[in-house]
Every structure is written in structure tokens, then in C-alpha cells.
Design a binder for this molecule. Structure first.
Ligand code: ATP
Length: 374
């Protein structure tokens, strides 16, 4: 480690601290080439004036859905005049009016009147503008699950899809992204809306440790000066990120650890910085996961967390505890359990000799789950 006793106030280890921010769009989106080309294939008709096919990007939090889609939209915006991309973050724009205001601004070119205009009026104005400008619009509804309350999703999609049904020269394509584990479009949307949407799934699996390492290595090169993060420290961060399953944990760890090194007037990060920073970073994943977990899985997670502290639970014991409160088949219970393990929320060790009996250990304490649920 290089010791620097005087890291002056105007000196910093960061070359570009923004490269550790979650909304930073890297120059390269690596390991998502397949997904980008699948998306491009669906969007491509829009370049020639036809209606783009719809798609749903699915995958656990922090698997690059937003980054991939934003990258594609930026490329379209730079290279195409006829195809106009609109990005909507449904976590912030989660009402029908907010979604259509966002689309209106991009398509019409200025903000809509602030009050007294119904979302349907905005939708009609958008359709008229699309026809007049002879453009095709591609709307990405990112984190689509935030529209599912109060039936906003049906209303938004109905209006968007109806534009095309009402005027065949009004062409609008839709890309949805979601980290909702079980989102079944045919169940949550009205049948007419789901069948007009006719969207194909594009899957975003978790990154492998090697992939995480390469993505973080490139990010480190952009964000800090050489020598600040050693290869050994990066390995530790990769391991923690892999365990948490969300790239954001790695980015957050890196940022906190470098700030810690700076505060202690060191010119490189040491293992202790990472271990201290990890306590906060791992809860980021938990918070994200908790928000999108279906009620059945959430109840099971709470039960497992409440049972922590004693001997490890077996799946049979857990099933018996669960059936005290809920009537549920062993198969459904076990599917839920497997999903919790898949999303990194519990550890599951299968006892080979006893069929589907597994030993379960919680990865988060009940207090941590409560803290991030508030
Ligand atoms: N392939 C990649 N290359 C470079 N950076 C990536 C890649 N995938 C993800 N990231 C980074 O990881 C972070 C999380 O990615 P992103 O927001 O795209 O995930 P997401 O799947 O949309 O998550 P959520 O479902 O929670 O919205 C971002 O900061 C992003 O820059």
C-alpha cells in the first residue's frame, strides 16, 4: 500500500466519482450483447417507419435492464430521426398523467399545461403530433411494476396501444422492464391490453463472478486513479457483490471504501474499508428485493428471519410452521423457498439423501428486514 500522510483537502482519489453512481451510463454495456441485439431486432421496424414489436425485459434487481435499455435508447436518439425514444422511470412517474406528460414533452417538444388537462387529452395530442411529424415513438416504461397499483398500467398501456389501433399511421412501440419476480402480464393486465401488447420476454440473468469483476474493473478505471483499488481488494468486492447478487452493492462499496480511504488520508483502499462499508451496502439489495417480492415469498422470508438464531431450520420444519397460518401445498411452499434462495435472500443446502429436504439459513436478520421495509 502507498502511504500518503498528507492527502490535502484539494486532493482526491477520484478521477470521476460519477462513475460509481447508480444512474451512470457506462460507455460499454458488456455481457448484455445478446439482450441488446434481441431488443434491437424488435425495435428495428421503427427505423423504417413501421411499428416496433413490444418486449419485456425481466431479471432480478441490478442485472443491467435499465442500463441496457438506456444505452439502446441513446444510440437510437443519436442515429435516428424518424424513431423517437422516450424513457419513463415509473418509480418517479407513476400516475397516468405523469407518464403521458413525460411522453408529451419528448414528442410535442414542450411541457403540457400543468392543470386541468386529462391524461386522455394528452394522449390524443401525442397521437396527433406523431401523425403530423410522421415519426415512430418507442416508449420504455422502466420498472413497470410501479404502475400496477390502482390499475394505472392497464390505463397507460390501453391508451398507448389504442393510438395505433385507432390510427394505423400512429406508430408506437413499448418496452417494459421489471424486476418483479412473478409478473405475469396475462394475469395483471386486462386480456385485451395483454393481447394487443403481445410482448416477448428478454431475460436478464444474474452476472457471474467473472462478469462482475470485469464490469467493476472497468468502472474502477474510470472512477479512480491507478493504484487506489488493488487486485486483492477488487476480489473481495467481487465476492461481496456476487453474494448480494446486485451490481449496485459493488458500486456502492467501491464509493464508500474510497471515501473512507480519503478520510483517513490514505492513497489506497484496504480490506478493512470494504468490510466496514459492506454493512451498509448489502442492505441496498435487501431493500430492492423486498419491494418486488410477492406476498407469499415475503411471508416466508419473514418466517425464516424470525426463526433465526437457533439451530438451522429444515424445510419440513418450516413447512409445518407455515401451515399453522396458511393452507399451502408442499410443492408451492418449496417453489417459494427456492425462489428466495435464487434471489440471494436465504441459503438453502439440499440434503441429498432425503429427497427435497433442505437446511435453511437466513441471510438477513429480522431487524434488517424490518428496517428496510419502513
Ligand atoms: N453490463 C453492465 N455493464 C456496466 N455496468 C452495468 C452493467 N449492468 C449493470 N451495470 C451497472 O449496475 C447498476 C445497476 O444496473 P441497472 O440499474 O441497469 O439494473 P436493473 O436491472 O435495471 O435494476 P432494477 O431492476 O433494480 O431497476 C448500474 O449502476 C449500472 O451502471
Amino acid at each position: 500500500m502507498i502511504q500518503s500522510p498528507f492527502l490535502l483537502a484539494d486532493q482526491t482519489l477520484f478521477k470521476n466519482i460519477d462513475a460509481f453512481e447508480f444512474d451512470y451510463i457506462p460507455d460499454q454495456v458488456i455481457f448484455r450483447e445478446e439482450q441488446i441485439s434481441e431488443l434491437a431486432f424488435r425495435v428495428r421496424p421503427g427505423v423504417f417507419g413501421a411499428r416496433p414489436a413490444s418486449a419485456i425485459c425481466r431479471g432480478p434487481p441490478g442485472t443491467g435492464k435499465t442500463t441496457t435499455v438506456k444505452h439502446l435508447l441513446a444510440e437510437i436518439a443519436e442515429s435516428q430521426k424518424r424513431l423517437v425514444p422516450v424513457y419513463v422511470n415509473c418509480q418517479t412517474d407513476h400516475t397516468r398523467y405523469a407518464v403521458f406528460s413525460r411522453i408529451y414533452r419528448r414528442v410535442v417538444g414542450h411541457a403540457p399545461p400543468r392543470t386541468g388537462v386529462a391524461a386522455t387529452v394528452l394522449a390524443d395530442a401525442i397521437a396527433a403530433s406523431i401523425i403530423k411529424q410522421k415519426i415512430v415513438v418507442l416508449v420504455c416504461l422502466d420498472d413497470f411494476q410501479y404502475l400496477l397499483s390502482e390499475d394505472t398500467a392497464n390505463a397507460v398501456l390501453y391508451s398507448l396501444l389504442r393510438m395505433y389501433l385507432n390510427h394505423s399511421d400512429c406508430r408506437v412501440g413499448v418496452i417494459l422492464t421489471t424486476s418483479e419476480m412473478d409478473l405475469d402480464v396475462s394475469r395483471v393486465l386486462e386480456s385485451g391490453v395483454a393481447s394487443s401488447l403481445c410482448a416477448d420476454d428478454i431475460s436478464f440473468p444474474r452476472y457471474t463472478p467473472d462478469e462482475i469483476r470485469e464490469i467493476l474493473r472497468i468502472r474502477v478505471r474510470e472512477a479512480v486513479w491507478p493504484g487506489v483499488i488493488s487486485s486483492e481488494v477488487l476480489d473481495l468486492i467481487v465476492w461481496k457483490t456476487h453474494k448480494a447478487g446486485d451490481l449496485r452493492v459493488g458500486l456502492d462499496l467501491l464509493k464508500r471504501a474510497v471515501l473512507m480511504a480519503e478520510r483517513n488520508a490514505r492513497s489506497s483502499v484496504v480490506r478493512e474499508d470494504i468490510l466496514l462499508a459492506y454493512g451498509d451496502a448489502r442492505l441496498i439489495t435487501l431493500k430492492k428485493m423486498i419491494r418486488v417480492l410477492p406476498p407469499g415469498e415475503r411471508a416466508l422470508l419473514d418466517l425464516i428471519a424470525d426463526s433465526g438464531g437457533g439451530d438451522p431450520l429444515t424445510s419440513g420444519e418450516l413447512y409445518n410452521r407455515l401451515t399453522d397460518d396458511e393452507e399451502i401445498s408442499y410443492t408451492t411452499f418449496y417453489e417459494r423457498l427456492k425462489r428466495l434462495a435464487e434471489y440471494g435472500l436465504v441459503n438453502l443446502r439440499i440434503r441429498q439423501k432425503k429427497g427435497r429436504t433442505s437446511v435453511i439459513t437466513p441471510r438477513y436478520e429480522a431487524e434488517e428486514i424490518q428496517a428496510v421495509s419502513r
